[in-house]
Design a protein around this ligand. Sequence first.
Ligand SMILES: [Zn+2]
Length: 375
Amino acid sequence: MKKTYLSAVAVLVCAALVGGIAGTSFYTKRHFKEDIVTGPNVTEVFKLSRYNPNLEGTIGDSDVYVLKGEKEGGSLVVLGSTHANEPSGHMAGIILEENAKVEAGTIYVIPNINNSALTHNDPLDGSPQYMHFTTKNGETRTFQYGSRATNPIDQWPDPDIYTHKSSGQTLSGSETRNLNRCYPGVEDGTLSEQVAYAVTNMIKTLDIDMEIDLHESSPEYAVNNATVAHERASAIASEGVLNLELEGISMSLEPSPVSLHGLTHRELGDYTNTYALLMETGNPSQGRLRGYTDEDLVKTGEDPCYVIAYDLGLLYVDYSSGNFPIELRAGRHLAGISAYIDAFNNNSSEDKQIIVEGIPTYDEMINSDLGDFLL
Ligand SMILES: [Zn+2]
């Protein structure tokens, strides 16, 4: 009897220990204050809830960084972390707001559009919780590595089947927490739908001319190193893709499928006047074929399993280098943003130009450490 009692106590102590360690880790991640510095040329920072008051005081109320030029002109909004396990979009957004200086027009940057998804990760996938970068001053800055979906603490339970409200499209229940299946959004819907609504309403109210959503995808996924464009944005996207190719940056152009609902490139194009674009870069740390997964893999994209997959012809990207560092992936996003701004300007009147300097070039990015572009 005494022995049974002692065993029970031992099991309880072990469970409390494991629960305490895991709980502390989850709690710290949930309440982590990310180290985003407001760039010297940012003219305003406002909360997304300005465009959906239901978000006020919630984890979905992201910061919007505004870079407004002295001259009037066109406008652009850049979204990072729609999927928070695709960090090159998050980091490209942060580099953009910390470095760019807009002379004419306005650029809005939301580096953490699914803020809730950044507050948890996928431990069963072995994904890290944080990324660390060293700046030129020798300081270490820490950023969140999140999950594809909104944190279930903020949106639960998932229905068996997710019905996209404006189209009636049905998807598996877990897709209800995928922000990029929730556009154009619902003002008083789930947290993901409320965030999507705020973005749609912001673009509509401010009449933002162009929207670019930054993503990453598995190297074995067909839509890779690609730009997906709404049909109204196809002229700008084609010109941008051609110019990127001339710079040696391979980028394919995919039309936004008209019957796939809830995605930025479809719904923001349909429900607002914006030119809606989405970019994908190849990211081995997301892929199903990857090996050991840690922060190093996220940052270097160096994976021996993908070298074998490439040799077997299973990938949609050129992985002959054996790595896809985050400098290259974020560099592709920044080069894409610059190319699509140029293409937008070529297709717009004098008073609609977006003139910006200070965005790191692709060559600068791939020949430096990402931390060199952080303040
Ligand atoms: Zn994505």
